[in-house]
Design a protein around this ligand. Structure first.
Ligand SMILES: Nc1ncnc2c1ncn2[C@@H]1O[C@H](COP(=O)(O)OP(=O)(O)OP(=O)(O)O)[C@@H](O)[C@H]1O
Length: 361
């Protein structure tokens, strides 16, 4: 647990970088500090491990006032990952990852074992351990940075734009991998970024700061996107706020429409009535065992509905997909619906644009 109580940082030249900042990061949570350049994110983070000392206020890590803790001891319990990872260029990947264990005086065997384990945990191939930092890609270097920060298994991690130096696709992979890792290791993390999308993906909660280090809003991504506290936050979230919100809501949150369901063997008149009752000019064809066969315009039917009448749905979603994904596939759907299917292809109903829009309200 990390707590800030009315923390102020005024630099000697009079710049107030952080003003009256209070928050807490419960154990095992990621708090993202986000805001425009110069809003005091890095200053706030560096006060946690005493790289910068607060002018006033109280910062505690696991109940202990950081200013009353020996800095070296404090930092042993705090892993630190930065964008320019600062790997030692003349040391191998393995040596870099083993830095802290060596400082702590671990036996060589134990260090080697831990390094081997971490190389795998952060998704690096084992043979990369013998390379030097300049022989790695940007994404691989970032992974080494994360591995090094985790080496001595500190309960707290500080991450300052840790994935900032790589292209958006690699960044996406690193974010995903890191969240998978975090689900296992459950560190208490303060994560700094200027990128709102990264904040939304990474944060259990997000703190949005404005220039002068003034906290504007602190809440879960879902709540912030649904209800920005003020005009500053609204503007910071940008014009795509609603789309960003949709990305966080799973398809399972909306009750799928039953839809004009017809079994093979139904005659055309009955199928037409079912379509009309649902207000459509087409039917969904679902087999007796509830597997989706496809759909058909009523006018294409002849006699009884058969499997051969079914054309595949152009848009398919799963319960765990986001409404953003649903909206993306809906755009390409000729009958304006996405069919929601279960894991084994069972019919779970229809998702429409109206249902997606309603979910935002
Ligand atoms: N040593 C210093 N002396 C005076 N002012 C400083 C010092 N370090 C930072 N500042 C100022 O404090 C404010 C906050 O800086 P900080 O680096 O914490 O912002 P940030 O939100 O991390 O910015 P960025 O996203 O650009 O890294 C800025 O106005 C900066 O110019």
């Amino acid at each position: 647990m990390i707590t800030f109580e009315q923390v102020v940082k005024r630099y000697p030249d009079g710049t107030v970088a952080v003003d009256d900042l209070s928050f807490e990061v419960p154990e095992g949570e990621i708090l993202v500090l986000v805001g425009p350049s110069g809003c005091g994110k890095t200053t706030s983070m560096r006060m946690i491990n005493r790289m910068i000392e607060p002018t006033s206020g109280l910062i505690r890590v696991d109940g202990r006032d950081v200013m009353a803790t020996d800095p070296a001891e404090l930092r042993r319990g705090i892993g630190y990952v930065i964008q320019q990872i600062g790997l030692f260029p003349h040391r191998s990947v393995a040596d870099n990852i083993g830095t802290v264990p060596r400082l702590l005086g671990w036996q060589q065997d134990r260090t080697d074992e831990r390094v081997e384990e971490l190389v795998e945990v952060v998704g690096l191939r084992a043979e990369l351990a013998e390379r030097y930092p300049h022989q790695l890609s940007g994404g691989q270097r970032q992974r080494v940075g994360v591995a090094r920060a985790l080496a001595a298994d500190p309960p707290v991690l500080l991450m300052d734009e840790p994935f900032g130096a790589v292209d958006p696709i690699v960044r996406g992979h690193l974010q995903e991998e890191f969240l998978r890792l975090q689900a296992e290791v459950r560190k208490t993390i303060v994560f700094v970024t200027h990128d709102i999308d990264e904040a939304i993906v990474m944060g259990d909660r997000i703190a949005i700061l404005a220039e002068g280090g003034v906290l504007q809003q602190l809440d879960t991504p879902v709540k912030i996107l649904a209800r920005p506290a003020n005009a500053f936050v609204e503007e910071f979230l940008g014009a795509e706020r609603e789309l960003r919100r949709l990305a966080l809501i799973p398809v399972s949150e909306v009750t799928a429409d039953r839809g004009p369901v017809v079994r093979p063997g139904t005659d055309t008149d009955e199928a037409t009535r079912i379509a009309a009752a649902a207000g459509t000019d087409w039917i969904a064809i679902v087999d007796g065992d509830n597997t989706v066969a496809g759909w058909s315009y009523v006018t294409d039917l002849n006699g009884v509905v058969g499997a051969s009448d079914a054309r595949p749905f152009a848009a398919t979603v799963l319960a765990g997909d986001s409404l953003r994904t649903a909206l993306d596939v809906l755009v390409a759907s000729p009958n304006g619906v996405a069919v929601r299917v279960g894991p084994s292809g069972s019919y779970e109903g229809l998702v429409t644009r109206e249902l997606v829009t309603e979910a935002l309200r």
